[in-house]
Design a protein around this ligand. Sequence first.
Ligand code: 5AD
Ligand code: SF4
Length: 484
Amino acid sequence: MYNEIDLDRMDPSLDPPAEEPERQYYFMARCREWVLAFQQDHGRPPRACIQTFGCQMNARDSEKLLGILSQTGFEETDREEADLVLYNTCTVRDNANQKVYGRLGRLSVLKRKNPHMIIALCGCMMQERQAVEKIRKSYPFVDIIFGTHNIFKLAELLYDRLCRQQMVVDIWDGTKAVVEELPTQRKFPFKSGVNIMFGCNNFCSYCIVPYVRGRERSREPEEILAEIRRLVADGVVEVMLLGQNVNSYGKNLARPMTFAQLLRQVNEIPGLARIRFMTSHPKDLSVDLIEAMKDCQKVCRHLHLPIQSGSSRILEQMNRRYTKEGYLALVDRIRQAMPDISLTTDIIVGFPGETEEDFQETLDVVRRVRYDSAFTFLYSKRTGTPAAAMAAQVPEDVAKDRFDRLLALVQQTAGQVCGRDTGTVGKVLVECPDDHQDGYVTGRLSNNTTVHFPGTVELVGKLVDVYLEESRGFYYMGRLVKEP
Ligand code: 5AD
Ligand code: SF4
């Protein structure tokens, strides 16, 4: 575990400290007393199951939540027949919310069998007032509800719930604080997400994120660099710098700096092999950043650059603050600097007022840019966003038909470009044994394309040279050239 805390130095008989993170260490020590008593009674430690919905930010938050629970003595399980089940929720589209309600229905059955089970909900969906109201009313068996700004408080909230037999709800509207130095249990020993900023100030008109994740806050560069150095010392070779809009990193720091500058500093960290980042907003992607990407050997040859729509008219309605032509010119600049870069994107279809002509513009961008892959989404109306109040919502069947046509085109162009390195040797970071074939492992190229090749589990976490023998559409089959 990373940032493991020595809980023995906390004295649970005293009052809780007021300062963070000491206060949370105190509550972890209190929860650990409960865990030890549980272990005495049941002959095993309590089991915790964390289910993560949504994006990379949530995945990273879940590692912190698991770190807190592991530190107090919980044992991790991926089965929901557990003593504590925690859903880290997403709300970017309505189907994410519906999924949580469905899963809660099933959890209620499990809780009837095991009435001591603790059910906790956190994350973006909990920042929505209506969702919390609905859960209070219709899912009263839920024990703990908290939001995106106070995930560091899990131990305190859990302790609170253990002391009194009623639902604990703690939702913050926002925060300026970034609580550092909490334990973290990584999913992969060799790679890690690293938050560089939280929140978003862009208010794209369809998007609920700025309302549930709050205003933009950048972490101090020294904190980020120190965290990465510690991760490297703990075996990490690849980091993913995380933020809703990494290109505006550093603007609100006491000593402002740019994302390009940060990237150059991260690139200098000895022992680190690869740097990825997510997500870039096209309006803030500077020439400096392109230069930095080009200069920094560790920065991967992959850029996720969400376009959302190819129609300048719709982009304006979306409040994206770039045009189709501006985006295509940016793609040209990036490709000129790094001809081998792989580009991926996000696209929404069926935004209010989108006509067939607007949609054709989106198809045109996909044809021209030739993305390695694209995440395509049906527009989902989010209460409270400006787009939800816009007239001319596109009928479902029309949107679905466009979605299908877009997906077919994306698959066709991606299938053509993904295999462009067939017959060459690429550096692959091996991630896991292959799910589908015994005796094979799976890894990723710098440009994020997946490669499967014969190998054993000892290769996991290593960077190896692989000959890319055959392209199978979106992935390669290869063979090891050189042992590390
Ligand atoms: N409807 C559909 N897709 C959305 N996204 C964000 N908000 C919505 C919405 N209301 C998509 C965007 C964003 C990605 C993370 O989710 O494409 O880039
Ligand atoms: Fe949402 Fe736009 Fe912010 Fe991305 S940049 S999180 S799409 S508001």
